[in-house]
Write a new protein. Structure first.
Length: 359
């Protein structure tokens, strides 16, 4: 198969481990079962890991609330590292859907993977917070030496919506603002504990320390006081640092907020991304992208993450290693004057690899 055909069809047989078996991890297992060229072969959570070289589908998870309940599971309190130490060489890609609380968890987990396991493939994450990305940045050199390629911020927001903004920016000579406003509806908050718990960080009177110390019963009682609705503004969301690193605009021009209904699957509001910019002629205009209300949070996180796994696998095959973010894989925005210093990571290397791959 030539490179162009490979890129169009997605590399065959990408063996994926899903790390985190909550709402998004399970959603990813279901998504992978309906996409071709990828196979979910492993799942891990805080209780253990399960490795199934012939494939692990959503039917295996029916009635199972944690991974150590699966037949052939290996119980472990360090399940991700245990899985990768044992089977790292039989895996091509990792999807990371673990909590952002503490905010260092993604970076600590990735450092351990790079330093103490034989895994040398691609990693795609669905992290959310700006600080979580900041903690990952110093790992770029380590990743290169270990032949790892990590695409960060590859869920929905950051991810899907951030990359929409990066593409929409191309109509302008300067991006003045990016406003992301999301609607999420989940019938039962306990299916997405980390996601909902982390949303509390952005409510008045809450901070990381307080939210981390809260019991599930306390979260439930706060939700009851709000009739299950969370109104979120000025969130610490990594869309800002990702768009800055990709050269689209300084992070203070990016705002993220939304409404989350924790009692109904129907979205309380439609999700939109509005990109406002100055055109060549000096006019100011806005593009607005509206996400279908039929697409759930899982669709919008796991679908794009699968696409990033496929793209990352191709880049990895062509020798690209290091840390990249989702928006850095989009058309590059290069305004004449940069009102800030964008730190480019492995991007020139990625450009070369894309050229070599003919994509
Ligand atoms: P969840 O609470 O339902 O599941 C988290 C899973 O991670 C659980 O299975 C838990 O056992 C496992 N886990 C926790 N710590 C672990 C560790 N140290 N080792 C192994 N497994 C561990 O959470 P969720 O709702 O699926 O969300 C997962 C993450 O996805 C959250 O951080 C959330 O912020 C993020 N998220 C991102 C987006 C996006 O668009 N980028 C959208 C929604 C959620």
């Amino acid at each position: 198969m030539n490179n162009r055909a490979l890129s169009a069809s997605c590399s065959p047989n990408i063996r994926v481990a899903v790390l985190g078996a909550g709402g998004l991890g399970r959603g990813m297992v279901a998504m992978l079962a309906q996409r071709s060229g990828l196979l979910c072969v492993a799942l891990a959570d805080t209780t253990g890991y399960c490795y199934q070289p012939l494939g692990l589908g959503p039917e295996a998870l029916a009635g199972v609330s944690q991974v150590d309940q699966l037949p052939e599971a290996v119980p472990s309190k360090q399940a991700i590292i245990a899985l990768l130490q044992e089977h790292g060489q039989q895996l091509d890609a990792l999807f990371l859907a673990i909590p952002n609380l503490p905010v260092t968890l993604y970076a600590e987990t990735m450092r351990q993977i790079a330093e103490s396991t034989p895994f040398q493939g691609v990693v795609v994450d669905a992290l959310k917070r700006t600080q979580a990305v900041e903690h990952l940045l110093p790992l770029d050199g380590l990743y290169r030496s270990q032949r790892l390629l990590h695409i960060t911020g590859a869920g929905a927001t950051p991810g899907f919506l951030t990359t929409v903004a990066a593409v929409a920016a191309q109509s302008f000579v300067e991006v003045l603002s990016v406003d992301i406003h999301f609607g999420v509806g989940v019938a039962n908050w306990e299916a997405y504990r980390a996601t909902i718990r982390e949303d509390f960080l952005h409510l008045e009177g809450f901070d990381a320390e307080r939210v981390q110390a809260m019991t599930d019963a306390e979260i439930e009682s706060e939700l009851n006081a709000r009739e299950g609705l969370l109104h979120l503004t000025n969130m610490e969301h990594a869309d800002d640092i990702i768009l800055e690193l990709a050269g689209v605009c300084p992070r203070d021009r990016v705002t993220v907020g939304g409404v989350v209904d924790t009692r109904h699957a129907k979205k309380p509001v439609s999700t939109t991304v509005t990109i406002t910019g100055r055109t060549v002629s000096g006019a100011v205009g806005s593009h607005r992208f509206v996400v279908s209300d039929e697409c759930t949070m899982v669709d919008n996180v796991c679908g794009p993450a699968v696409g990033f796994i496929c793209r990352a696998a191709l880049l990895h095959q062509h020798g690209t290693y290091g840390l990249l973010n989702s928006a850095e894989l989009m058309p590059r925005f290069k305004p004449k004057t940069m009102p800030y210093q964008a730190s480019s990571l492995a991007l020139p290397q990625a450009d070369e690899a894309l050229l070599a791959a003919g994509v």
